[in-house]
Ligand binder design. Structure first.
Ligand code: BGC
Ligand code: BGC
Length: 563
């Protein structure tokens, strides 16, 4: 029995990044934990069910054995909203398999500078691509009935979840891509670049909106009454609830939590309805009570918040079905979902260079060198927000197929030989007589501020390896990264160049396309810069001189099985 739920009438509980009931917890263990919180909530005076939320930002990504889909930057490259809708539906089922009905997704950020540590959470630098990808909302929540009034949240039953469009608004527009920083932009710019994803999500019935840590022209979004109450609830007619980010009110001041009571006052009077307070909930509740007793926060504001939270809970059917449906457990990491993720990986790959039609690669009669730490590292290919908040290295944190496994599964075992050398030396390269090499290099996992990066270089030994391997052997370089990285200096040595983004657990999708079972079809959802001093540089800019422009992507045809 959890006294906190009972004594403080907690209306919502979350798992932060990496927060789970235990290492490798099963769906049943998740259900047990969530149901316990729920039983405690139901045992309170009014018995209002709590709503449990989690960051399932590329699949149900905190949970062991979940299907991990490509991060949003890769999904943007597919230009396939219908695919993304199916991913939403699969993610909803996997979340429900663990008893969780509320997801802090999708991120509808429009990343305008790849130096931003969250660039991979953004579908695109282009507001239109981001808007089209809000189709994921209908996958997560179900298709909103045509009779539904605009702005009213919709959740289509026990296999669907409440979604959250985040981070409102302008999170991807901060100066130099610095996380949680200041977006300096005219109102017109804010509305035309960063707002369309919210309008599109609201039309599709998104249940909640999360406020951004960032500021707009120097004012913290968490205190922006004009944009939260005025624009979101007024102009856009949003009827779901508005939630803060994690310690979002604390971060309204610098240093954090400096004038907390005042931050609560500003945040709630700005129109925020649910407050994410991971630790100091007693202080929050006391301060809030005080502010209401003193009439600094009007009762009408509390009523509005309560009405919105209840509306979402009613819409979700939480009152009818507060506890998990245990018949759904087998959806977690199901074969069907993994096949869907594999399809998404195939469609997300962007072919940037293909000298002498080196790709697709032959499966037969080849001696193939595979090099680079990212070739055989599930953690690296999944990136941040995977099991742990910051992601991790290695193949043990969850279940999936590395790119190396996938290559082995795909080549002809009779006539081809695959050799993996993480970092082969020059002598070895010259002595072995390889037909070609596949070099898989890229960024190391990160999330949020830890991912801010002002140079965007591939960490060593990546660049040196590209140089050594590609000068000695015909080579394909596969870049595993959350954004465009510095590649121009090495391009002259590379025969085939593939941007694989952060593909997730289904590495088989990479080999499917490298070896021609499917053609390349992905298109850059971002501008690929020549050098970082060009940044920020986005499609439509006056001085646009990219290495590869927005929308670029070579195509190949699938080959028959005899190659
Ligand atoms: C992130 C949000 C996330 C929240 C809860 C914050 O740090 O900015 O995107 O939903 O944590 O984990
Ligand atoms: C949590 C994340 C959260 C972050 C914010 C981490 O400890 O696990 O969910 O986004 O803190 O700083």
């Amino acid at each position: 029995m959890n006294r906190v739920m009972k004594n403080y009438f907690i209306g919502s509980v979350l798992s932060g990044g990496g927060s789970s009931p235990g290492v490798n917890a099963s769906a049943q263990e998740w259900i047990k934990m969530v149901n316990q919180f729920q039983r405690d909530a139901l045992s309170t005076r009014l018995g209002i069910p709590m709503i449990y939320g989690i960051d399932s930002v590329h699949g149900h990504s905190t949970v062991y054995n979940a299907t991990i889909f490509p991060h949003n930057i890769g999904l943007g490259a597919t230009r396939d909203p219908e695919l993304v809708k199916r991913i939403g539906a699969a993610t909803a089922l996997e979340a429900r398999a663990t008893g969780i009905p509320y997801l802090f997704a999708p991120c509808v950020a429009v990343c305008r500078d790849p130096r931003w540590g969250r660039c991979y959470e953004s579908y695109s630098e282009d507001p239109e691509v981001v808007s089209s990808m809000t189709e994921i909302v209908t996958g997560l929540q179900g298709d909103i009935p045509s009779t539904s009034p605009k702005g009213v949240p919709y959740v289509g039953g026990k296999t669907k979840v409440a979604a959250c469009a985040k981070h409102y608004v302008g999170d991807g527009g901060t100066v130099n891509g610095i996380n949680e920083n200041n977006t300096i932009l005219s109102r017109h710019g804010l509305l035309s670049i960063h707002m369309p994803g919210y309008s599109a999500s609201i039309i599709k019935g998104v249940s909640t909106v999360m406020v951004s840590y960032s500021s707009w022209n120097g004012d913290k979004m968490h205190g922006n009454r004009d944009l939260i109450t005025g624009f979101l609830k007024g102009t856009l007619r949003f009827r779901g609830f508005v939630i803060t980010d994690w310690e979002g009110l604390d971060r309204m001041t610098s240093p954090r939590h400096a004038n907390y009571s005042n931050s609560i006052l500003r945040g709630i009077n700005a129109g925020i309805d649910m407050i994410m307070v991971p630790m100091k909930y007693k202080e929050f509740i006391d301060d809030l009570n005080q502010l209401v007793t003193n009439h600094e926060i009007p009762m009408s504001r509390i009523d509005d918040a309560v009405r919105r939270v209840l509306r979402v809970k009613f819409t979700m059917g939480l009152f009818e079905n507060p506890l998990a449906d245990e018949t759904l457990v087998n959806h977690l990491g199901s074969h069907e979902h993994r096949e869907l993720a594999r399809e998404a990986v195939r469609k997300s790959l962007v072919l940037l260079k293909n000298t002498n039609s080196m790709l697709p690669l032959p499966k037969k009669g080849s001696k193939i060198l595979v090099a680079g730490a990212h070739a055989d590292n599930l953690g690296y290919q999944c990136g941040g927000w995977t099991i742990q908040w910051q992601g991790q290295s290695g193949n043990n944190a969850t279940v999936g197929t590395t790119i190396m496994d996938a290559i082995m599964n795909t080549v002809d075992k009779q006539s081809s030989q695959v050799v993996y050398q993480e970092n082969p030396d020059t002598k070895y390269l010259q002595s072995e007589g390889f037909s070609y090499a596949i070099v898989v290099v890229g960024e190391l996992p990160y999330a949020e501020t830890e991912g801010n990066n002002m140079n965007l270089t591939i960490p060593e030994p990546g660049p040196t390896m590209i140089k050594n391997v590609c000068r000695a052997v015909k080579c394909v370089v596969v870049v595993v990264s959350g954004r465009p990285v510095v590649i121009e200096p090495y391009l002259k040595w590379i025969d085939g160049l593939v941007a694989a983004w952060l593909p997730g657990t289904e590495g088989q999708g990479v080999a499917d396309v490298l070896f021609g079972n499917y053609g390349f079809s992905g298109k850059l959802s971002r501008t690929w810069f020549r050098s970082v001093d060009q940044l920020p540089m986005n499609v439509g800019d006056e001085h646009y001189d990219p290495l590869f422009p927005f929308g670029f992507g070579l195509t190949t045809e699938p080959t028959d099985d005899s190659n």
